[in-house]
Write a new protein. Structure first.
Length: 70
């Protein structure tokens, strides 16, 4: 799937060409207009809200052998 957003210059479809991760919750995405007569390039910023990091991964529980009476 491609990221697309309207070109702010001519209104045609703009296609994402590059993405740079700035932090755990923020990216910068470069778009290029799909209309060859326009060819406008522009940068957008994508940010997750709320900006808190996702729930951290849980550590595995320690297991112990259970004593069985035989």
């Amino acid at each position: 799937m491609r990221f697309t957003i309207a070109c702010p210059h001519c209104g045609a479809r703009g296609i994402a060409r590059a993405m740079e991760k700035k932090s755990c919750t923020q990216w910068e995405i470069d778009f290029q207009c799909d209309d060859v007569t326009c060819g406008h390039t522009y940068r957008t910023r994508l940010e997750m809200f709320p900006p808190e990091l996702p729930i951290p991964e849980r550590l595995p529980r320690k297991t112990e052998a259970l004593p069985f009476d035989v």
